[in-house]
Ligand binder design. Sequence first.
Ligand code: ZN
Length: 251
Amino acid sequence: MEQRRKILPGERVCQICGKDEHTTEIVPAVLVRPAVAKIIKEKYPEWSSEWFICMDDLNHYRNEYVRTLLELERGELSSIEQEVVDSLRTHELLASHVTEEFESHLTFGQRLSDRIASFGGSWKFIMIFAGVLCVWMFINTVILIKKPFDPYPFILLNLVLSCLAAIQAPIIMMSQNRQEAKDRLRATHDYKINLKAELEIRQLHQKIDHVLSHQWERLVEIQEIQLDLIEEIRKYRSKELVPIKPESSAR
Ligand SMILES: [Zn+2]
């Protein structure tokens, strides 16, 4: 263990397994990718850029690096899934029928005033009212011309109309107040839903950013290592082909 680290100047020996350049291919440490070097440094804290490493050890650490990257990726993905599940469980659906809920809490009087207000503001009411007025006037001017209960200029009709107006005004006001309360409730509810949507969108943004930056970065790193390996395979093949050529020509 100790003797392999004391190497003669100019000698190229793998400081990890002790093999020299006659038995295997040796690579200087400066050519090792920083990310892979970090993994080696975890096991060999004395690792420096002056070291040499054999191809077998380098490939072993490359594999380890790719494996840790993939495992990290899997861990992060499952943590994101967990987040989604949590958010689904804790933030239950906010959307609800505000109007129905509001109306289910109304008293009989409030509901009656709403009905009257909506009837008082309809064409049906105006038609019926005009009809009643005409009939009243017709009875008192034509049918009961001898002894009308409300002779011209219809003072009793005037009184009835003023009473109706006096009662209808507060009823309409009550109904309007309630409408306002309902609108306020709906506005609060809409605000809550908007806020939730905004937060969800922000969360989605974060997830997409994560996929774009982290995962892409890692894929590129893995691809770089694959390119290194392909380059080495190409070198080995060209080396192997060189000695074969004279052999085949000699035959
Ligand atoms: Zn080695």
